[in-house]
Structures are given as structure tokens and as C-alpha cells.
Design a protein around this ligand. Sequence first.
Ligand code: SF4
Length: 80
Amino acid sequence: MDKPKTLGWRNKAACRGVDPDIFYPVSDEEAEEARAICYGCQVRQACLEWAIGNRERDGVWGGATERERRRMIRQRRRSA
Ligand code: SF4
């Protein structure tokens, strides 16, 4: 059986091999280290869309914290 193709972007993730704790900060203020890695990641947009699409609740995905992703979802709903 084929692996799901939708997560193929993970193979190019800049966070591969990086301590996962960095991506689960206790506050938005402590998310800078993760953001810095995400901003240099070539699959940032795919990662962000996956997290938004799957309502990922925890952690930094695509350079955005959970609170920032919630805000993006609200903005998208308003402009839809
Ligand atoms: S955007 Fe950030 S969390 Fe997503 S794959 Fe890239 S480095 Fe990892």
C-alpha cells in the first residue's frame, strides 16, 4: 500500500532532527526559536496549511503558533 502523499513535504522539513520541544513552547513569546527555523523552511506553506486543515492544536507549524493559526482560521472564515 502506498504511503499518503499529502505528507510528502515532511521529508523536506527544516525541523527534521531538531529537538521537538522547541516546537512546543509554553507561550507565544517563547516560540521565536521555532519560528526562526520555520522561516527558513522550504515547505513552510504546506506545513501551515496542513496544520490549519487538520486543526492541529499544539505547537508551532509553518511558523505559526496555535493562537496565530486560530486567528488565520477566523480571518479566512470572515473573508469566505
Ligand atoms: S515550517 Fe516549521 S514546523 Fe513546518 S516543517 Fe518547516 S520547520 Fe517544521
